[in-house]
Design a protein around this ligand. Structure first.
Ligand code: CO8
Length: 258
């Protein structure tokens, strides 16, 4: 399918989605969020895609939800229209691993979109923030909840209440991003990581994504029980025999997602 606000490629079993509204620093309007949700649904169903990278431009991953589109809306418009809810749910329901490759601004909904992905690789130019407070609103795509889980209450409060930006170094130190790389190397690093993931058994990558995400939703005891159950269940797969057999035979495994 052709998209107006995304540039999409599939290469080496990696789906690369580039947000593409350069005139608005990739601000998330309803068209872009809708297309992203559709694209992730399509990639979720496409056997050629085993891992996904979402990125923006050198200047902005995304500078937030589109302020021009939102500014004249009423409470009834956003409440009755349930703004962004279906698309948010579709994005976070994607079962394949998604890496956010962030350069430049990831603000408001842009920071929230990066946090919806499974992990974030940041360029040293990245700037994260939840500046909605400056617009007389608050985060609305999960930022008050997810940022708090990533960086803890004190820093999340600081970010949300002052609207200040966090640079890449602080984001890595705080646990918001998994690695920081020079801007020129961002896409190589993110694509390499995605290609590595694409080589694994897709059953295992789906299961581990589910199990790590479960840690946010449940108690430690229940989460560990869930993990043990899925660990046991993987012994029913051919890929477990292949992975362990390959190790013992000192060769690379050939996973078949079975
Ligand atoms: N929305 C719409 N347009 C934007 C946005 C945005 N969020 N950000 C930038 N733009 C546009 C600018 O209006 C400008 O357009 P134009 O040239 O037509 O005037 C163009 O992008 C370039 O921007 P600037 O000239 O401002 O570029 P600078 O380099 O000077 O500044 C900044 C870059 C600092 C990123 C600045 O653009 C900025 O502060 N942007 C807004 C950041 C912001 O407040 N983001 C939060 C938005 S609210 C939000 O995300 C809520 C999410 C929850 C939704 C929940 C739904 C349920």
């Amino acid at each position: 399918m052709a998209y107006k606000t995304l540039i999409v490629e599939i290469e080496d079993h990696v789906g690369l989605i580039r947000l593409n509204r350069p005139d608005a620093l990739n601000a998330l309007n309803s068209q872009l969020i809708g297309e992203l949700a559709k694209c992730l649904t399509e990639m979720g169903a496409n056997d050629k895609v085993r891992a996904i990278v979402v990125t923006g431009s050198d200047k902005a991953f995304a500078a937030g939800a589109d302020i021009k589109e939102m500014s004249e809306k009423s409470f009834v418009d956003v409440f009755a229209g349930d703004m962004f809810t279906d698309d948010h749910d579709t994005i976070v329901r994607c079962r394949k691993p998604i890496i956010a490759a962030v350069a430049g601004y990831a603000l408001g909904g842009g920071c929230e979109l990066a946090m919806m992905c499974d992990f974030i690789i940041a360029a040293d130019t990245a700037k994260f923030g939840q500046p909605e407070i400056n617009l007389g609103v608050v985060a609305g795509l999960g930022g008050t909840q997810r940022l708090t889980r990533f960086v803890g209450k004190s820093k999340a409060m600081d970010m949300h209440l002052t609207g200040r930006f966090m640079d890449a170094e602080e984001a890595e130190r705080s646990g918001l991003v998994s690695r920081v790389v020079p801007a020129k190397k961002l896409m190589d690093e993110a694509m390499d990581a995605a290609r590595k993931i694409a080589e694994k058994s897709a059953i295992s990558t789906m299961v581990v994504k589910e199990a790590v995400n479960r840690s946010y939703e449940t108690t430690l005891t229940e989460g560990i029980l869930f993990e043990r159950r899925v660990f046991y269940s993987l012994f029913a797969t051919e890929d477990q025999k292949e992975g362990m057999g390959a190790f013992l035979e000192k060769r690379e495994p050939q996973f078949r997602d079975k």
